[in-house]
Design a protein around this ligand. Sequence first.
Ligand SMILES: Cc1cc2nc3c(=O)[nH]c(=O)nc-3n(C[C@H](O)[C@H](O)[C@H](O)COP(=O)(O)O)c2cc1C
Length: 174
Amino acid sequence: MTDLAQTLRDRWSPTAWDGEHVLQPIDVERLVEAARWSPSAGNSQPWTFITAPRGDTLHERLVPLLAPSARRWAPDASLLVVNVCHRYVEGTDWDSSEFAEYDLGQSVAHMTLQAMSMGLFSRQFRAFDREAVERELGVPEHWVAMTITAIGRPAQEPPLEGRVRRPLDDVWWR
Ligand SMILES: Cc1cc2nc3c(=O)[nH]c(=O)nc-3n(C[C@H](O)[C@H](O)[C@H](O)COP(=O)(O)O)c2cc1C
């Protein structure tokens, strides 16, 4: 890890948050801007983001739809971002782009790294009732609420151990 960019070295996904920390609207906009400038296949930009700052009514509507495992920690984060992907062609069940999820994931990665540059950490998660979230937030039929990102200031120390990865030779066929 030592030769990686500092942002990548420092990144980890917290599960305990400073519940007093508040994000300003301009900071939320900056995060979405980072995602907006991410590359995508044919510049298709098959994404949209729904931001729910802690204390907002949208946040209150979202929290009950989280799975119990995420409800234990995600609500304390300063911001929940629902990451929505334009997966299907309108009126059909055909994929609108074979790269839609790939592109969304990359844009979320950009948001995550922008957050790091603002002193914020993120944890992405899938532990929520997808259909209920889509219904509650009015996500159109051909769009999919793929993941949620919790963003804020951690209220725990970075893990010194326990973050493991497959060996380099396993992920690098050379
Ligand atoms: C698509 C995706 C879904 C995830 N879902 C969950 C989840 O439901 N619950 C959770 O606690 N963490 C979830 N995570 C976080 C991962 O567990 C975490 O990123 C991984 O263990 C690596 O740890 P690190 O981010 O600290 O390096 C998810 C991450 C991604 C990218």
